[in-house]
Design a protein around this ligand. Sequence first.
Ligand SMILES: Cc1cc2nc3c(=O)[nH]c(=O)nc-3n(C[C@H](O)[C@H](O)[C@H](O)COP(=O)(O)OP(=O)(O)OC[C@H]3O[C@@H](n4cnc5c(N)ncnc54)[C@H](O)[C@@H]3O)c2cc1C
Ligand SMILES: NC(=O)c1ccc[n+]([C@@H]2O[C@H](COP(=O)([O-])OP(=O)(O)OC[C@H]3O[C@@H](n4cnc5c(N)ncnc54)[C@H](O)[C@@H]3O)[C@@H](O)[C@H]2O)c1
Length: 477
Amino acid sequence: MAVEYDLVVIGGGSGGLVVAGVAAALKAKVALVERDRLGGDCLWYGCVPSKSLIHASRVAYEVKHAARFGIHCNDPQIDFAKAIGHVQSAIAAIEPHDSPKRFESLGVEVIFGSGEFVDKHTFVVNNRRLKARAFVIATGSRPAVPSISGLQAAGYITNEEVFEITERPDSLAIVGGGPIGCELGQAFARLGSQVTIIGSSDRLLPKEDPEAAAVVQQQLISEGIRVLTNTRAESVDVVNGKKYLIAGNEKIAVDQILVATGRNPNVESLNLEAAGVALHQSSKKGIRVNAKLQTTNPRIYACGDVISGYQFTHVASHEANVIIRNALFLPILKVDYRVIPWATFTDPELARVGLTEAEARQRYGNNIDVIKQEYAEVDRAQAEAATQGFAKIITKRNGEIIGAHIVGASAGELIHEIILAMSHKLKISALGGIHIYPTLAEVVSKAAFARTQEKYEKNHTLQGILEKLFRLMRSLG
Ligand SMILES: Cc1cc2nc3c(=O)[nH]c(=O)nc-3n(C[C@H](O)[C@H](O)[C@H](O)COP(=O)(O)OP(=O)(O)OC[C@H]3O[C@@H](n4cnc5c(N)ncnc54)[C@H](O)[C@@H]3O)c2cc1C
Ligand SMILES: NC(=O)c1ccc[n+]([C@@H]2O[C@H](COP(=O)([O-])OP(=O)(O)OC[C@H]3O[C@@H](n4cnc5c(N)ncnc54)[C@H](O)[C@@H]3O)[C@@H](O)[C@H]2O)c1
């Protein structure tokens, strides 16, 4: 039976917009259903506002610490509402790129409404029955709020409200020591809040290389942030209008509580059962997909946060690109997660691609090399007093790069060279090529050189041959 659309995309955020835009450019007939506004978490409540606030807070920090370069300023006066104004103007500047007008001009039919599947082939929205060759679920995720007694009554904020507050909380407790907790914790502390981060793991950023995460944790502590690890937020009391968060043995008086304890997929309202779309059985939440990103109904695909894999904007787009080909043409392409990078935008930044050292040892035993290069040995880092941090590159014995972790200034930019090398299965020696002096990027080339040097130092045969060769050449004049 003929259908009206090639693709119906549900959710207009990082994943859905890529699918809809590219499919329409390829001349497919596409409908995009969005329940709120186009742009998703990344634009409104995630990447864009957080990085804008981080920038404002960094300026405050640099001004406050300028005296070490002989630049004497008074303590910066922070106009928090204006900092949030910068956040909102960054969103406003980027929003047209994700606007309904732009997508309609690309040929996408944008439908606002919250619909549901009524059977395996039909999605109903605003009383319209949409039938398509394929559907894509890209409805993202929302903050997962743990059940903490008294929290609801006391009131709290998540990433969905934090970028709209116009008054800085003098004291802020952040529940969750993951990327949101660390990025926003540092930003608020730099803008003048007294911040406490409460994390249930034994360290901040528990998904990261422990040595690299420790550099970030140490920096946060040195900036006056209280870090409580191995601690769960248990309850909240309100006394005389003041909130008291009880966590471990502590009773912390705070003006505001920010909850950043992971995400829940947006699946509830879609009536997935009618569509034959199953969720993960395990503790992992979200829609179950195969390597081609098909759900348990092969005509329905899913990508982004809703499948609870790597929850990043660039991964949602990476998955979207696989879906476009599979859904519009033949479902033969598998998603490749071999080289998935990400960065946590604290100061210093922590960027990662591939395996951690522990994961690499688990997979390859001791048949790996781990090369570490300190920022302090990079001249540009000295020039900019940005000596904190290191690059760690993990290779197989043949030099193939299987993981890299950079913690330090501009780590999120510097990692791209390694991403390219890994994508093309290049060996670490490929990173040792000419690099501009003096740049921070030399932290990567120096790491590559360090491995060559280490191999050379262990190669006594080669050293012996060279010694003899030069003796001979000297004797010949
Ligand atoms: C504070 C914070 C900072 C972050 N920083 C970064 C970062 O620096 N870099 C990075 O890569 N990632 C970052 N992320 C993660 C990133 O925002 C997400 O991984 C990304 O937005 C996921 O894209 P998505 O398409 O799956 O979902 P979204 O972009 O959230 O899009 C989902 C869309 O679906 C819509 N929707 C939901 N339910 C329905 C329904 N029933 N019907 C119709 N529409 C629906 C929503 O309204 C939304 O528009 C951050 C996240 C947060 C919370
Ligand atoms: N720079 C970036 O790319 C960036 C930035 C922010 C967020 N994100 C994405 O958003 C996702 C969500 O971030 P997040 O920080 O909320 O989640 P997360 O799951 O990475 O971290 C949440 C942390 O909270 C802790 N926790 C859970 N319950 C707790 C409790 N009751 N008390 C104390 N601690 C508790 C967990 O141990 C965990 O370490 C990330 O996984 C990431 O994919 C990315």
